[in-house]
Design a protein around this ligand. Sequence first.
Ligand code: BES
Ligand code: ZN
Ligand code: ZN
Length: 988
Amino acid sequence: MKTVVVTDQNHTWFEIPDAAVLTARRYLAEPESGNEGTVRVLNLCRTGRYQGRGYYVSLVAEARGQRPVPDVKTIEDLKAEAYVRALEAEIQPLVQETLHHDESDRFQLDVYLGKHRSHQALAEQLFARVRAPLLRVLFAHADGGWRLDALQAMGLADVPLQDRAFLLEAVKSFMTESAGARRQGARSGRPRMAILRDRNEPHKPSNEEALQRFVKAARLVGLEAELIGPDALERLPEFDALFNRAGPEGIIYEFVRRAESLGMPVVDDPESILKCGNKVYMQELLNRHRIATPRTLIVHKGNVDDVVPTLGLPCVLKLPDSGFGLDVVKIESEDNLRKEAERFFNQSELLIAQEWLPSDFDWRVGVFDRRPLFVAKYYMAPGHWKVNRVVEGQQLIDGKTEAMTIGEAPEQVINTAVRAANLIGRGLYGADLKQVEDRVYLIEVNCNPNIDAGNEDQVLGETLYREVLGVFARRIARLQAALRNVERRDRFMEFVVKGGSLETQRTGCIVVGVYEGGKLSPSAMEIDAASGRALDEAVSRGDLEGELGTTLLLARIPGAASERVLLVGLGPEREFVESSYHTALCAATRMLRTTGADEATLCLNELPVNGRNGAWKIEQAVLAVMDGTYRFDRLKSEPPKRKRALARVVFHVAEGSETSAAEAAIDRAVAIAEGVTFAKDLGNLPANVCTPTYLAEQARELANHHGFEVKILGRNDIEKLGMNAFLAVASGSRQPPKLIVMEYHGGPRDALPVVLVGKGITFDTGGVDIKSSSDMEQMKFDKCGAASVFGALRAAALMKLPLNVVGIVPAAENMPDGNAMKPGDVVTTMSGQTVEILDTDSEGRLVLSDALTYAEKYTPAVLVDVATLTGAIVSALGEIATGVFSNSDALVREVVEAGDSAWDRAWHMPLWPEYQDTFKSDIADFANVGPHGDCAITAACFLSRFTKRYPWVHLDIAGTASKSGEDKGATGRPVALLVHFLEGRAAA
Ligand code: BES
Ligand code: ZN
Ligand code: ZN
């Protein structure tokens, strides 16, 4: 759902990326603002003043059919003392528990979209009940307890300066994690639906047996249903959908309204209830759409006398909002009419009078989601003229119900019912009709129709219940798919799965493969057949020979609904392996970027790739598309102009049964891609922007966003810890060093964490042993280890991996300066070991040595360090593989396998003892480089002197973290490897 944020005035600090932020003045003046689809209006104006501008924003939003938060009712509730007292009673226990240490007289709690820095639980509860985005809650101490003194809706202008950053985060997370996501987080497994029932309701829409059958059927469609009562309003956020099987009035309306504002599928929805509830409205609607009804007169005090002449006697008189036929009377005489009309006028200005249509039964058609669900004849209750449930004394007398299949009922009955129900909405309705000879009249459409075991289910049996719940299951699934897209939207790319035939897919471009020699992939063949051999012809003409990575774009192929078809050369079929798959994906993405297509359907994942499964192929495709469309242009003064850019990628699956696996693969891949993109962005930032302090801020933001803990240690703390090797490296720079520590708690409290340590040299000049000037700018990439740790944590948090992960980043700049470390300096590391700094350009191992010792305090289950450590690893492995070093062979296997499954490959390098004595020092314990022939392995050996207390892996990513040449830039590696590694650990 799109969100428009409305503020009372322009606040320069209030910037929400990718969101429409309007002033109230503009919102009110422009009726078209945000008119496409359902729009949620986040109203951050002061709404306290009746008919003030803020009040009007919500009022007008409702009139425009949008969803304001707060809605008008909430604004009004806030002013009612009775409401405040009722709320107080509900939240009392939590308030006492939350504030019991507080000694002061008064306490002010500012809740921003259900978020509060220290009192989160209370903030959440308040927001669940009072849907006002900025809420100031005042508590006062009285009689040893706390009472709720006042509730105020704040405006953006009232937010204290120090809360602004926090508020921005709260708004952003409100926009991305919609209600559904929040509900989902807490548990795994099937979506849950609440079936609301009221044991005290005299006209129960479903009997006990039917309710039980609903609960049972839920499981068959993958849902978990629970029966809840009218007292469970505050539990609503636990569920993913609401099905009302209680009476239509009072608190029930509050339930459906709340469910709707929580964004969950709900039947009956509030709009349907209002529409069905008023017969005047219904009559107007049916007339307008030319649906036949009995002759009807809308009666007011001035036209009572027209009733009998127009409709004759007998006729029927009804109250507009009558339910269950309770306020419907049969009029037999003028006298009788006047008496009953007078009685009804006390309750309503307008009444309905209808001609009398005698019949033995009414038709009742149940319609759900725009389709007929059941049909039955409701016979008149014995001795009465009304069907079903006539009140006689206190007794309800039911007429007989006779259900039949949809096919057995007259077509005209079914069609009229469905047409009428569709005028109301997509909910569950009961349409009542009368048939007089061959004419069918619609009497009314009701919400909340009866579904009783033994009556409406006579024909369909269990299937009826399953059909109803199937609609819920599909709506929930659709909503959750939409949520997946929300997270993707900020990357401007959406991934979805579709089945069905290819030639009918309306899409910007279908991407299919052609092997060398002209053999078409299965999808290519399908299109070829539909298009009268258009592809085959192009290939035979020699336009594409199938060489790996070549492409041919064909426009407007006959017989295919897609605007374009992109053929991608795959090379020889028997040589088609992972790397070829990648080349094909990259070539396709490169080409797609140049076309005007904003949607593409990728069919390359149908190709067999060396035994890889479907999930692997989809994950790789998502990552390849994200990689191929990545741009780092935030430092350009004007964003480069683009054509309509690719914004949606559809994966085509042949079998419907593959859909959910494909969607799961997409979700995983998108989380990884988010991590990769984050790492790329950090890597690509220049050193004057991305300083150690900047990295620390990023860590704070990341942690705030995902709710993990963060600690930033400055120079003083680092000194106190005795991290002198780290300090030596930072000493030549004006930029203060930062030791950044992030803790993600996804696993059991006492589970030992996986610790990730990333080298964070924001620029490496080499120091006094200065590097040569050619390509020195590439040394901004010396923080890519740190960047990958940030990225992996982000992905882990998005995937909610059930394990504990600690990220540690020693961040500093390596500069030559009067204060810089000098060749030959000796420092005492945090471990107590002394190091002679023979080369100031071997700074990575110095900062890491202290970080590795610091990590001991976490007793790592395993520690992985990631560093652009040596030029030598680039000579050894080039830009393809990351070098892996470890004190445990089992760990090496784990990491190499993670790299293989992520296709972010790594190669085992030796750490044999012979390499250990190449960096001796005559005055310190050892030096940071050997006299000659220093290599990637000696660097790793140096690190191994600090990692004796835990299982350890070192990844030298100097070759893989960035690319030079034409595609110059950070690669985001090895985020994917790290995430796969973490996943493996989480599953173990
Ligand atoms: N950051 C460099 C390593 C590096 C080199 C990363 C090339 C990316 C591309 C590291 O701090 C360094 O300078 N290492 C030296 C060590 C040598 C002086 C013993 C190297 O590899 O040249
Ligand atoms: Zn260096
Ligand atoms: Zn370096």
